[in-house]
Design a protein around this ligand. Sequence first.
Ligand SMILES: *Cc1c(COP(=O)(O)O)cnc(C)c1O
Length: 414
Amino acid sequence: MSLEQFDKEIYDLTQKELQRQSDHLEMIASENFTLPEVMEAMGCVLTNKYAEGYPAKRYYGGCEFVDEIENLAIKRCKELFACNFANVQPNSGSQANQGVYMALLNPGDKILGMDLSHGGHLTHGAKVSSSGKIYESFFYGVELDGRINYDRVLDIAKIVRPKMIVCGASAYARVIDFAKFREIADEVGALLFADIAHIAGLVAGKEHPSPFPHAHVVSSTTHKTLRGPRGGIIMTNDEELAKKINSAIFPGIQGGPLMHVIAAKAVGFKFNLSSEWKIYANQVVKNAKKLAEVLMNRGFKLVSDGTDNHLVLMSFLDREFSGKDADLALGNAGITANKNTVPGETRSAFVTSGLRLGTPALTARGFKEKELELVGNKIADVLSDIGNTNLQARIKEELKELASKFIIYEKAIF
Ligand SMILES: *Cc1c(COP(=O)(O)O)cnc(C)c1O
């Protein structure tokens, strides 16, 4: 029986979601479109298998083939990031980070991460996250120019004396200087943990410097710029750390690994290792730079006045309207993005004065600079006349027409 016959409700909603993904322009910087082949691997019999433990060290029989699959995923991951050890079992980026902390810290230890409101992630010590409840967290941020000031980070690190410094961000448009972070970590005797969840695809495509050999440990998601299945990974060059990380993921925080997702991660890494990948990663950055240029030419202020990577962060501190208003208006015009706090924020975290826009998903659809120039101008049109709902409706139709020329999936279920 097909899913359509067995469960019409879920089937129909899946079709609606395909339609939504096709008609709208996806500009949430953390989202992307994975390969149909990756989805095929995720929808297979591997979901049936219990494989607690690691290849050749399982707690269940019948693991000979899943062992080969996990070993392939590990091998490709190590090759991709040029490192010696990889754990491909984390179910998400957050669980990868939880595993890193559990492996290398004791409850109550001090961590120094990037402030959530300055572009950091919840798992970098925010009080609502286990990272901020189990560990004593301190923060560095960006300056008013939107950039990390490494001298300032050092000053804070000298006062805090953290056991671990966390670098990496969710809303930072500039290159992260891992070598500088390592100098700071060495100066205060801290471990350096680089979370490259957002930029991993650019690192893989050599569009952003690698965290290796600077970071002691590196985590990432596999579904953002990497375009793989939803999941996490942890990497290191240090064998002792690798052993601790493995024990922290299983049995520390997870049970049976999602073998279908691990297979899909391996398929994703194969794509990341292909010559095609470099072209994609390069185009993501070119598209973001084009978008930044258009928005600035149209008089909008960007945090850090531009971008080095896959995202731009617009600032509305100088405008009457908020990030929330912009998010809603663009949503009406068929563009999906997200409101975001900006340095020097004057509005609440729910309202905000910023908007984060990313190019990974549009680039996966085949958009190039020409299309980003058009999209950037449509965004500027909407925001320059933010109360004009007729204009929003008209642009929505125009963008739907544009999107229909860049079909990404023929079907919703693989
Ligand atoms: C997205 C993100 C994560 C968490 O990933 P999930 O898979 O959503 O748990 C962790 N760190 C950073 C920097 C991120 O951007």
